[in-house]
Design a binder for this molecule. Structure first.
Ligand SMILES: [Zn+2]
Length: 289
């Protein structure tokens, strides 16, 4: 199946009360592990790519072409969307031009007026290309921003302003944080989430920072309208830990254990396991059948 945008996926997730996993990719191993797991579990999937990861993989076109070719060569039949994660105004335009089927325009650091204006422009451009758009209100913090305890919480009225611009999904800060959660994290703000859901109606909501949010909070967030959950750090941690175990066991020094196809295999397996666990938690297994 060729790349698809997220429209159908989000509609089905909203009606079926589950969430689709958006897993960030960093290289070929990541992409292959996630695609194979989605196919095996018959789950729709979103491949997220940050601008940094795009640069690392040498550009939007390389990423788009690799993903499209891999879908074909691996005979992937489940719906796959290629989505720019936290895109800038310029980055979103480049990703769309290169063939991404979905983009996030993160205008949360602009004033609400400027966020509205720029989001509108990206929506108009994406529509021409049959691509979908995710917008953000209320910046979602991370450890790198020195945020501890609780991430930013979005203003439901601003959410409504952005939701009315023709976007396909909305990311709103509800106390979630990128990366690992600090010990003093206060949890998700479900009151705000319920308020956002009330004013935004059927707009599919996106939960960023899916790494380490306890299962009961994930389930509750889904029941309150979250249809897409982003997972990035957890796959990285799983990959790093499996690779460390391989090297610490001295396996890279046994026979041809230094061969990258062997050296990176335990990490790739660990990514698959993480994706499987998340898909189970999000309830999207079998939803592509
Ligand atoms: Zn995010």
């Amino acid at each position: 199946m060729p790349l698809v945008n997220v429209k159908d996926m989000m509609e089905k997730a909203r009606k079926g009360h589950y969430a689709v996993g958006a897993f960030n990719i960093n290289n070929l191993e990541w992409t292959k592990s996630i695609l194979q797991t989605a196919e095996e579990l018959k789950a729709p999937v979103i491949l997220g790519v940050s601008e940094g990861a795009n640069k690392y993989m040498t550009g939007y076109k390389v990423v788009a072409d690799m993903v499209k070719a891999m879908i074909e060569t691996l005979n992937i039949t489940v719906p796959v969307a290629l989505h720019l994660d936290h895109g800038t105004y310029e980055g979103a335009q480049k990703a769309l031009a290169a063939g991404y089927s979905s983009v996030m325009f993160d205008g949360s650091h602009y004033s609400i007026e400027e966020n509205v204006e720029k989001t509108k422009e990206i929506v108009a451009l994406a529509k021409k290309m049959h691509a979908t758009v995710e917008a953000e209100v209320g910046s979602i913090g991370g450890e790198e921003d020195g945020v501890t305890g609780r991430g930013e919480v979005a203003d439901p009225n601003q959410c409504k302003m952005i939701a009315d611009l023709g976007i396909d999904m909305l990311a709103a800060g509800i106390g979630n944080i990128h990366g690992q959660y600090p010990a003093n994290w206060q949890g998700l703000d479900f009151e705000t989430l319920a308020e956002i859901k009330k004013v935004c109606g059927d707009m599919p909501l996106v939960l960023h920072g899916g790494t380490g949010i306890p299962e009961h909070m994930i389930k509750k967030a889904i029941s309150l309208g979250v249809c897409k959950i982003n997972v990035n750090t957890e796959c990285q941690l799983a990959f790093a830990s499996a690779t460390r175990a391989y090297i610490e066991a001295g396996k890279d020094r046994e026979k041809k254990g230094f061969d990258p196809r062997k050296l990176l295999a335990p990490g790739a397996e660990a990514i698959k396991q993480t994706v499987r666990e998340k898909m189970e938690m999000f309830g999207c297994i079998g939803k592509a059948e």
